[in-house]
Design a binder for this molecule. Sequence first.
Ligand code: SF4
Length: 408
Amino acid sequence: MKRSAGHAGTGFLIMISNKGFKRFKTRVVSVGDVPMGGDYPVRVQSMTSTPTLDTRATVQQAVRMIEAGCEYVRIAVPGMKEVENLAEIKKTLRQKGFKTPLIADVHFRPEIAEVAATLVEKVRINPGNYVDRNSKGSIKKSKENRPDGETERIGKRLRPLLEICRQHGTAIRIGVNHGSLSERILEEYGDTPTGMVESALEFARICETFSFYDLVFSMKASNVRVMIAANRLLIKEMTRAGMNYPLHLGVTEAGAGEDSRIKSAIGIGSLLADGIGDTIRVSLTEDPEFEIPVAYNILQAAGSRITKTEYIACPSCSRTLFNIQDSLKRIENGTSHLTWLKIAVMGCIVNGPGEMADADYGYVGSGKGKIALYKGKKIIRNNIDEKEAVDALIGLIRESGDWKDKAG
Ligand code: SF4
């Protein structure tokens, strides 16, 4: 059983540097054999959409997700029958050789979370409905002056789950949704990022009183601005409180197609660019395996996790005197497996070299139908016919020792 260290005090809130960029340093939380947080890569996860009682369909869908690159598979467990079937789903996946950690998604019923925690590697609970979805009994008080009874009431409900998780090495996500805050939180803080953050923190404070620290937070909303604001506020409040739990990022109900991808890219990508986020889920109204490439594209664009060759290509303009679209396609075809490289494809030698940023190689128009090749900022060959220039670029990468043949 793996476990992250206990509370580390307030001295750990440092930012780590990644090529000059910073990431909010979170504690490592073990989720089966795939840890998250700390220096681990930002993890990609998704959720099955098949009926959880349909073992065959759920396993098949989970396999498609895993083969697409999904690192945690979340499964909804609305009732006791479904939670019992988690054992069957897990067994079948393991028999097929898939060890990907499973996460049970639980709403409303602590007894379901408690059984799920014995079966899977992580349990997601929603503080908006785990204890008091419809409770109206709150007294409007600040969190510092909140009646002890309320904390005790939540603690009483949470404690059995924490003990089971401790015993089984199961992590917990305190997953707050903007659309399902408890009546008590709504009365006290309104439908706001502050309410979302407080909803998560009061659960975390209670977990800490029981010395349970294997927690992950999420602040999800369909409104991208609310989602971003809630996560930024959570980081601020965690820092103030001396907490460093990993964050799961996602925009809920993002829809389908291009609009949904743009929403997720803005919501998740803005936070990743701030150095926030340890695992992401892109929610699409499509089969879940389609979420995975979008997730990796967002991570790549934010510079958080590089999984493919990075191309820096200009849009071209009247200064471009060769077929840049065709060249880019041919370069991508030949070099997309060189995930460690940045390759610039620029329309002209006037502005191209200056705009190539930190590219490792440059393919730059230098005249009518002519190309210049760069290694870093240094020009290596000039006036190559555009028909031969892609092969010449590949030759330059080979000669420079940066080439590897495609696997398989
Ligand atoms: S790099 Fe040159 S060709 Fe490309 S957009 Fe800029 S000026 Fe135009």
